[in-house]
Design a protein around this ligand. Structure first.
Ligand code: SAH
Ligand code: SF4
Ligand code: F3S
Length: 443
């Protein structure tokens, strides 16, 4: 039987979907294209209205397959599933499985049961009171880049955010399990590891912590023999410890890159959001980071049109973005989410105002990205090659990878020699709009 997984949302969902695919393959199922699959799994995101809408239109499309063949079925998992739960069964006849973010561990066995018992429907929506470890079936060789989950959930309850409701309370994974997984991955060919969590800076600070802080965890992972690159995401500015900042200067394999969501440059809005830092404190963190790691590539998340955001507040966000000089940013229009504090706040910002502010912010970001990308020209850096690039120029083939700062680099090269997974030395020769062009150096 063939299965197909659709993934929306963040890297934690990508990581979960990868685990699902490996586990189902180990049970004898075959991964297939959408057109040829019998089992469909959707890993959903509800952080904004748009990704949530996409789930419903996808379910509509899959229902048309079911209309022709009643043997196919769908499992809905992730954040929307956690929120909507069994109501999916009432609305969609082809959905026979719903699973939340902790319930995913039950899915591989559940699929076998659903095949044996055609009238059965199953749901796994409870939050566990601990970090649910999962059995892993690793292939003989892994791609060079891998994600490792270090925690589940979030305790911050930012006023706009649904994540604490869909992913539950913060639960740190044991440092031993994390280190074991990292060591296994490196032995299977992984060169770069990204540690994942909603707020990695508070790793270990919940009641499931085993006494190892995030900074200590970073040192322990960085010490694994054979690991070339280490990254982590996402960080909350209020929790970044001095030791973590220091690690950027001390740990050679910790990449000079940090995603540090700012959300707004106005102290008034930051307070309404419940972010618990000021713009001044954020700037202090940036200063300290640049002292230990002058080349650090800083990226961020920004929300425009949070309830009550005035032109003056928005101007302060623009100023802050310019002052920090972010390499890149993800910016979003505030989107009302059911049950969060901001949903009930007054002075909602008009859609057309949000659209205009987003466009202004993104135009500024383009300028800043161009500025920092052009400063990379002439630099020599290491690029981890992800695979052949879609880019082609006059019949010339390109390889695509990422430099130490996480920027996409295209490198011309012959296709006889497969560079996928190789860490190569590259000289940056040109800055494009969203990527860099590099030349491979010998040795
Ligand atoms: N824990 C992570 C990820 C949160 S979701 C973090 O703190 O960064 C990713 C981003 O989506 C957030 O940083 C925020 O910028 C955006 N976001 C979250 N809720 C939103 C909402 N209701 N409307 C618009 N953007 C939102
Ligand atoms: Fe949402 Fe805040 Fe948690 Fe990030 S830290 S997921 S923004 S509540
Ligand atoms: Fe989305 Fe859930 Fe991640 S809401 S961003 S998939 S934590």
């Amino acid at each position: 039987m063939k299965f197909h997984v659709f993934t929306f949302g963040c890297q934690m969902n990508v990581c979960d979907s990868d685990w699902l695919c490996r586990s189902l393959t180990a049970l004898g199922f075959e991964q297939g294209k959408e057109e040829e699959a019998d089992i469909f799994l959707i890993n959903t995101c509800s952080v904004r209205e748009k990704p949530e809408q996409k789930v419903y239109s996808l379910l509509g499309r899959l229902q048309s397959y079911w209309n022709k063949n009643k043997d196919i079925f769908v499992g809905v998992g992730g954040c929307v599933a956690q929120q909507i739960g069994k109501k999916f069964f009432q609305r969609f006849p082809h959905v026979r499985l719903v699973f939340g973010t902790d319930g995913i561990v039950m899915v591989p066995q559940a699929i076998s049961r659903l095949i044996r018992e055609p009238d059965l429907r199953l749901s796994f929506l409870d939050f566990e009171d601990y970090y649910p470890e999962r059995e892993n079936h690793w292939p003989e060789k892994m791609p060079a880049q891998a994600y490792v989950n270090i925690m589940q959930g979030c305790d911050n309850f930012c006023a706009y955010c649904i994540v604490p409701y869909t992913r539950g309370r913060q639960k740190s994974r044991s440092s031993k399990a994390i280190l074991d997984e990292c060591r296994t991955l490196v032995s299977l060919g992984v060169k770069e590891i990204t540690l994942l969590g909603q707020n990695v800076n508070s790793y270990g600070l919940d009641r499931f912590g085993d006494g190892v802080s995030f900074a200590e965890l970073l040192c322990q992972v960085a010490a694994i023999d054979g690991l070339k690159r280490l990254r982590f995401t996402t960080s909350h500015p209020k929790d970044i410890a001095d030791e973590v900042i220091k690690a950027f200067g001390d740990l050679p394999c910790l990449c000079p890159q940090l995603h540090l969501p700012l959300q707004s440059g106005s102290n008034r809005i930051l307070k309404l959001m419940g972010r618990k830092y000021t713009r001044e404190e954020y700037l202090e963190i940036v200063d300290s980071l640049r002292k230990v790691c002058p080349d650090i590539a800083l990226t961020t998340d920004l929300i425009v049109g949070f309830p009550g955001e005035t032109e003056e507040d928005f101007k302060q966000t623009l100023e802050m973005v310019e002052q920090v000089g972010f390499e890149n940013s993800f910016s979003f229009k505030y989107s009302d989410r059911p049950g969060v504090r901001a949903e009930k706040m007054h002075h909602k910002v008009l859609e057309e105002v949000k659209v205009r502010r987003l466009a202004i912010l993104q135009e500024l970001q383009e300028k800043l990205t161009q500025k920092s990308y052009s400063q990379r020209v002439g630099k020599v850096d290491e690029v981890l090659v992800e695979g052949p690039s879609k880019k082609q120029d006059k019949g010339m083939k390109f390889w695509r990878g990422r430099d130490s700062g996480g920027r996409v680099v295209n490198i011309p090269g012959s296709s006889d020699q497969d560079l996928t997974g190789e860490l190569i030395r590259v000289k940056i020769v040109q800055a494009k709009k969203h990527s860099l062009l590099g030349e491979m150096l010998e040795g």
